[in-house]
Design a protein around this ligand. Structure first.
Ligand code: UD1
Ligand code: CA
Length: 457
């Protein structure tokens, strides 16, 4: 039997108090809806439909290329009305799994189990028992079967005491769902068409409604406000750190790491506190990330150590490099093996070959550095003439003294030495010492100025 998945994502999410549509709010660096879509995709459904409305174009644009079906809910009249918008393209013979765009932590296994446990003519609702069920729809049961769901606003005092709640996940034969949705009414406290009312209709039609309890309440958490968003963030981060630890990654404190994207680690990686990983990051075997590092879309080679407080983006290091403290690698920094980038050094769009060192207070941009080069403290590559960027090439084994300006385009030959303080504007030949300094003079008998009494003093 075919499976259609309908994800309700049209609500504005007023309680977020944000201009960003709720389902676009970031969780672990990606929109809430992205998490739900990925889960849906992993279930191998032939048909995944997003009901969208608020912030429509923005939501649609973020998921272009995912092969999704889109159903517009121009005005938000409730979850039942939302589900109805997806029905026209849904084959009658399919089963429909309804997910909410604001319930992002659901695991595929939980949904697979729900599908497996539900007979083809039956209906299922995923429920969970909460110590504090406030705000959620309460599950009404009779002799074990679910007979209805009552929303917080419509619930009596007695119903509000029920701790089993509706997670929003529902599985139902499509043909029947279409009929029930068409018959919904909005005579309730919120004046909305409640999806939850189809349960009462199903029960009345003699359809078996299973209430399947989720094992983990974190997983089914609905995100309506910033507090819940922050709580979900911590829960998801703990889950991600847990998965990495199971693969052998060491954390000084798994509660103090943030993974906003995909972090792939080799064997014996150690991560100290307050590391933030964004986008796609790969850490090779034995990599050590010390405290307070931000690493985005980068590959760090085996055995490399990143000392505290580095900012690394769009870069790649080879094996056994050493970075920081306080180093910055900008996009296009490509380090080979055993390269050292020290404190207050910025590297951009540059290739640095094996064993070269740039240890202190330096800017390297649009540069090719050979092997075994030493770049002295305070050296600046002047790569920008105000209009265009130019390249600098530094040959193998060259030695650049401290405080040198290399005005690009310029080339330093292999094994050349550049004297400290030089401003190099023409290529320096290989092997030789090149200096560019004005003659040092001493003014004999020079006196420092003395402070003069001015007006008003
Ligand atoms: C809903 C359920 C409640 C359940 C809770 C679980 C109903 C009536 N209530 O309540 O039983 O316990 O979720 O988290 O179903 N949406 C639309 N169009 C609309 C309204 C909502 O697409 O017109 C979407 C929202 O974008 C959201 C989802 O449906 O992704 C849930 O809507 P929300 O308003 O958050 O429902 P709750 O009040 O949380
Ligand atoms: Ca909700």
């Amino acid at each position: 039997m075919g499976l259609s998945i309908v994800i309700l994502a049209a609500g504005q999410g007023t309680r977020m108090r944000s201009r960003l549509p709720k389902v676009m709010q970031p969780l672990a660096g990606r929109p809430l809806l992205r998490h739900v879509v990925d889960t849906a995709m992993s279930l191998a459904a032939g048909d995944v439909c997003i009901v969208y409305g608020h912030g429509g174009d923005r939501v649609k644009a973020a998921f272009a290329g995912d092969g999704l079906r889109w159903a517009l809910q121009a005005e938000q009249y409730g979850t039942g009305h939302a589900a109805q918008q997806a029905m026209p393209g849904t084959p009658d013979g399919n089963r429909v799994l309804i997910l909410f765009g604001d319930v992002p932590l659901l695991r595929p296994q939980t949904l697979e189990a729900l599908i497996a446990e539900t007979g083809v003519d039956e209906m299922s609702v995923l429920t969970v028992d909460l110590a504090d069920p406030t705000g959620y729809g309460r599950i009404l049961r009779s002799e074990g079967r679910v007979t209805g769901i009552v929303e917080q606003e419509d619930a009596t005092e007695v119903e509000r005491a029920i701790s089993e709640i509706n997670t929003g996940v529902m599985l139902c034969p499509a043909g029947r769902l279409k009929a029930w949705l068409a018959a919904l009414e909005s005579d309730n406290a919120q004046g909305e068409y409640y999806l939850t009312d189809v349960i009462t209709m199903a029960a009345a039609d003699g359809v078996i409604v299973n209430g399947i309890e989720a094992a983990d309440e974190e997983e089914v958490m609905g995100i309506n406000d910033k507090q819940q968003l922050a709580a979900a963030e911590r829960a998801l981060q703990a889950r991600l750190a847990d998965e990495l630890m199971r693969d052998g990654v060491g954390f000084a404190d798994p509660a103090r790491v943030d993974i906003r994207g995909k972090l792939t680690c080799g064997a014996d990686v150690f991560i100290d506190v307050n590391a933030v990983f964004e986008g796609d990051v790969t850490l090779g075997d034995g990599v050590r990330i010390e405290s307070n590092n931000l690493i985005r879309d980068s590959v760090i080679g085996a055995g490399t150590v990143i000392h505290p407080n580095c900012h690394i983006e769009g870069s790649r290091t080879g094996a056994d490099c050493e970075l920081g403290p306080f180093a910055r690698l900008r996009p296009g920094a490509e380090l080979a093996d055993k390269v050292k980038i020290g404190n207050f050094v910025e590297v951009k769009k540059s290739v640095i070959a094996d064993g070269s060192k740039v240890n202190h207070l330096t800017y390297i941009g649009d540069t090719d550095i050979g092997t075994g080069v030493n770049v002295g403290a305070g050296t600046i590559v002047c790569n920008y003439d105000g209009v265009n960027k130019h390249r600098t090439v530094i040959g193998d084994e060259a030695f650049i003294g401290s405080g040198v300006n290399l005005v690009a385009p310029v080339e330093v030959g292999r094994s050349a030495t550049i004297g400290a303080g030089s401003t190099i504007t023409r290529s320096a030949p290989e092997g030789d010492l090149t200096l560019e300094r004005s003659k040092q003079v001493t003014v004999k008998g020079w006196k420092r100025p003395v402070k003069q009494a001015g007006p008003g003093e």
